[in-house]
Ligand binder design. Structure first.
Ligand SMILES: [Zn+2]
Ligand SMILES: [Zn+2]
Length: 264
């Protein structure tokens, strides 16, 4: 949908996805995304966005006056994996143009004392956003050693850890847990076409792939109710088929029904 490094008119982004046309965090009602806009002029409003290494970007939450709280856009960032939403980071340039930085995953947050728009020092939330591709791919191959309930509990647990490295590690594990859980949930049968996996891996596991039903791309942590285990054919179809919308619609029904059984 967006290519990292490419320029887009901000107005055109909202035409496509909806959402508030102004501000640093835009949460379209009709699309499972939160759009984040970082800009150099934000410093004038007490924002202090910056990369802390190649992979992790600190993004100041919303709120120009007073302590920042976990409401609206800030809550959307914190809860995006649970809510099955993509975080898309753009860098705002001059003249209403934005450069797409990439798809991000929130791995935690920290607080900093920063001046607000009126110059009063307040508590600002800085989200730690990691590049999705830094979290590893959805490769199959690991045999799940725990039972389904345990895998599900792990897949749903929030990332934690003392420091950034530890949090990155738990988010990586969480991505893996989600994949293992949905593969175990499928029990070797594609959740789209109901046929057995087409072959076994060298480890003797039925080959299915984890597909993120609502996301723009696969990978990263996600709520298991938005992830399906599918055969390679159905997977390509869910991304590129003329009937991709229907395939994903059916998948989301199937998965929701299965998950409702676990939640009950
Ligand atoms: Zn299939
Ligand atoms: Zn997919």
């Amino acid at each position: 949908m967006f290519t990292p490094g490419q320029l887009y008119e901000r107005a055109a982004i909202h035409e496509r996805l909806g959402g508030q046309q102004r501000g640093g965090i835009s949460t379209p009602r009709g699309a499972p995304v939160a759009l984040l806009f970082t800009s150099k002029t934000g410093a004038a409003y007490g924002y202090h966005d910056r990369w802390i290494d190649d992979q992790v970007f600190l993004f100041t939450g919303a709120g120009q006056v007073g302590d920042m709280r976990f409401v609206r856009g800030n809550a959307a960032i914190r809860d995006h994996a649970r809510d099955g939403k993509d975080l898309l980071l753009f860098e705002q340039m001059d003249g209403g143009v934005c450069r797409f930085v990439g798809q991000m995953v929130s791995i935690g947050h920290r607080f900093e004392r920063l001046p607000d728009r009126d110059g009063n020092v307040r508590r600002a939330i800085l989200f730690e956003l990691a590049r999705l591709e830094s979290l590893g791919s959805d490769r199959p191959g690991h045999r799940a050693s725990a039972d389904l309930a345990e895998l599900r509990r792990r897949a749903l647990a929030a990332p934690d850890g003392e420091d950034l490295t530890a949090r990155l590690q738990t988010v990586r594990e969480r991505s893996r847990d989600v994949r293992r859980y949905v593969l175990a949930r499928a029990g070797g049968v594609c959740e789209a076409c109901d046929k057995p996996a087409p072959f076994e891996t060298a480890e003797g596991e039925p080959f299915l792939e984890a597909h993120h039903i609502r996301r723009l791309s696969d990978g990263g942590p996600d709520n298991p109710r938005w992830v399906a285990a599918v055969c390679p054919n159905c997977h390509r179809r869910a991304h590129y088929g003329v009937d991709a919308v229907e395939v994903n619609g059916k998948l989301s029904k199937v998965v929701r029904a299965k998950e409702a059984g676990f939640e009950a």
